[in-house]
Design a protein around this ligand. Sequence first.
Ligand code: JCF
Length: 681
Amino acid sequence: MPLTAAVREQAARLRAEIEGHDYLYYVLDQPSIPDSAYDALMRDLVGLEARYPELVTPDSPTQRVGGRPALQFLPVQHDTPMLSLDNAFEDAEVIAFDRRVRERLGVAGSIDYSAEPKLDGIAINLRYEDGRMVRAATRGDGSVGEDVTSNVRTIKTIPLRLRGDTPPSLMEVRGEIFMSRSGFEALNARARGAGDKTFVNPRNAAAGSLRQLDPKLTSTRPLEFFAYGLGEVRGISLPSGHTASLALLRSLGLRVNELCESVQGVDGCLGYFRRMAERRRSLPYDIDGVVYKVDDHRFQAMLGSVSRAPRWAIAHKFPAEEALTLVEGVEFQVGRTGAITPVARLKPVFVGGVTVSNATLHNFDELARKDVRPGDTVAVRRAGDVIPEIVAVVLDKRPEKSRAVHVPRQCPACGSDIIRADGEVVARCSGGLVCSAQRKQALRHFASRRAMNIDGLGEKLIDQLVDAGLVANAADLYRLQPDQVAALERMGEKSATKLVSAISGSRSTTLERFLFALGIPGVGEATASALAQHFQGIDPLLSATEESLQKIEDVGPAIAGAVHAFFAQPHNQEVIAEMRRLGICWPDQTERPKPANQPLAGKTLVVTGTLTGMTRDQAQERIREAGGRVASSVSASTSYLICGENPGSKVALAKGLGVPVLTEAEFLALVNDDKAGQNEI
Ligand code: JCF
């Protein structure tokens, strides 16, 4: 493709946009887009400039680290440039990085790397002369930063003097200043108490704290520091590699992250990445990826740097877990026990690997505390498999005429009063059985896979059945006729018949599934199973006293009370009797086989590729039946990877980590040991 005016225009637009974001982010500490969106813009520009090298100008954002010093702090020249890092977002990019490194060095075998968590903070250069800290400066654009010495002096984890009797005549220490999550929460709690502005995330809180003009203020902020490298050094001989440098830094009294590790080759790097991805949530601070560095200093020197980053290091980023989006509205959901939950409806946003369009606000107190309003721009976080939540409102972006959300006093579904018991955080609809929302939720739970497992009876259909007046409770489901269902909107005769037969098929179940399906508050699968084991039937349960319930292991007074209250309700007794009349049955508990032995107890398995003899769901069900745990990604703690046809990159990763890889047949042999055992009983 020739270099057209349109391409030039696109490059100019990207540059202007990136520069605008740089200013917001670096100078004002007020980012207006998530890092992932910024990274995407930068990548577009880098890609464009790679295709059309004649487009590159010396002042393009790709040619420097980004940002410029703010006016109020004095500029500091870095004689040894402070480098930034290139990013990798996929395994393939790390593999390509490792290949480039080995090709340039002419190394056939694997390279020793050091790996460390990548902190989400502010890069800093600490200059020690004859062991005393004389200056601290931010990275700025890499060659000129800002003098923040007085502020940095207030950070307790940074030594003002190096330990040891013979300090080097000059040593520049490089590292990251950051704030722990708990420090951030405490700071925001204080700010709220004082009616001050809160920070959106720990990174901005750290940046804002470091850039206070008054060091007294900075000293009240919970800032921390990890050292990760050296700048200019005089008066001692440099260690041979990065790991040795970190040891030297530690011996001089600097804080080095204890999660730094030496790893071998690209497999070692990717294994480390998986382990950190799993540990990420349990760390006390935010990390946005990991950093790999070629360990050997001679190799580093041979590889050198390009304009903004070393060729011997790369940052491997996690998928974004926080993003900004717009609140379209705040609604109030009614749960199956009547609990009212405020939920923010969001403009869909991609975060933590999924598209999020709702975020819970937990309860009325939380809604009031965060003061989320329609029209607000909010930071949304999705941590692992946890339900997405709103971290904070970006107050600067609040529209002028916004109003706080009005908390309802009546149930949005049935109009009954909402009641909040003294000392309770949860507000509940008092409508009970008259509340259609509670009924819908209860039915949804009743039909769900782990309860009665009624295929095809989902949320929408339940809403339709309840709204049409066909179903008020679970027993009504078993009276449905195909023609009634077929009359519903978007329902044909075929699908109606299918649904009715799925409902009918669910009649034959187990006592524990049935008990779980009833949706008694506090009774999950484990408690349902314990109740079934203990009482062996529904009739003894209906007449059980609270006292006798409490004798069961893991049943405390609260659950005993809830169970007793549930079965004491005449309405519940009626519905249960009705369901039994309509044919719901379970095998006599006394005839049940003993629990099968569990060959996969304590094991974690991952399934990849297409299986031939079963679906992936079925395989996972088999794993669970055999006592195993199913995980979605391979890590060092994976016990087995089950590999079907056309597997992806998981196999190479498993091999790299020494995780055994099983064929479908080997997997079946493993779980069928168990079946053989059962037949003997
Ligand atoms: O944790 C970090 N943000 C981090 C940034 C860690 C490192 O080891 C780095 C870095 C930026 C540049 N190393 C370099 C060379």
